[in-house]
Design a protein around this ligand. Sequence first.
Ligand code: CMC
Length: 385
Amino acid sequence: MESKEITISRGLEGIYIAETTLCKIDGANGRLWYRGYPIEVLAENSNYEEVSYLLLFGKLPNRKELSAFRERLKAERDVPPVVFDIVEEMSGRAHPMDVLRTCISSLSIYDEDPEDKSQQANIRRAIKLIAKTASIVAYMGRYRQGKDYVPPDSSLDHSANFLYMLTGKKPDEMAAKLIDLMFILHAEHGSNASTFSTLVTGSTLADVYAAVTAGAATLKGPLHGGADEAALRMMYSIGDPDNTETYIEEALEGKRRIMGFGHRVYKAYDPRAKIVRKYLELYQERNPSEEVSRLLQIALRAEKLMLEKLSKTKGIWPNIDFFAGPLYRAIDVPAELFTPIFAASRMVGWCAHLFEYWQNNRLFRPLDNYVGEVDKKYVPIDQRE
Ligand code: CMC
């Protein structure tokens, strides 16, 4: 065998797959930029619609461009009939991410002209997917709680409308800011597993719906998008803040992973986690809640212990998913919707990456190193043991 010269990069660690102008991650120093703008600046000053425009079109919009883009998103907010059926049929038995993946896939039947492969048509698809995915997630949440569909409200911006369609209440300014913040922070993150999966599917020249459905399927796992729900469930299992240290110690001794910690690229504090933590503490100060106070105490004690134990030795720091759960709970979002909201926010990143990749498309076709036998003798079935 000629396997001596073959190097296998497990998990494609350290392998570059493309050039991009979408997002830069400085993992060593915990920095992140979308199209050159620091994430802290966007989180503080921008909004999800503006960030989506920035990612899709490569520049910040002027007032007229932003207003036209908002109108296009608003016009696509309705939940189509097939989606109601899918949500109602699947919700009792399937994981919310399975329901969402199926709904996203079904949107292809509403495409005005599937044969049109132009950039303009793809932008139209991206707008449809961004707008409708948020509304679908809101309806999934309503249905799971036995509540009726809330139609979109065109006076609200994208993420505030999402919260309204989920809760039936118009969010106050602070809740609207928090949900928008989560949409911004989840909008894009380089060639992470779900974006890569989107690109792999797209590289066959399958369509946008197929590619982002692959992205949504990939996001489900607890090593990726599912970590925020898993981290919150861990905090619920800890229950009392005084149990935190024992729980973490035992988990680490048992070689279990603490969800919401560690990252393939960041070997420093994830800058998104810092922002989530800051806003969570601010919100809790202004709108104290017993549940969030307990979760925050657990989170801060777990963070302290994890930093003492693993930040220097293994480069394990909190990632965005650690404080996300308590923040969502502060604005009354149920845990099973965390990953679907991540998908709704990341839809723009998946689409923007796909369109950028298609400008210089090359089929993904890596190799694997065969280590089995060759030329084995075929034994007829009735002669086998
Ligand atoms: N808790 C405890 N130990 C950990 C953790 C953790 N969360 N993450 C990594 N380690 C340890 C791991 O056991 C290994 O130790 P050793 O060298 O003794 O075997 C070492 O750190 C290196 O881990 P790795 O698995 O080689 O690192 P990776 O780059 O493959 O893992 C990761 C990245 C995100 C899969 C991993 O850190 C993890 O499983 N974290 C928990 C899940 C999580 O929070 N995921 C969300 C990521 S951020 C949101 C997103 O973009 O999806």
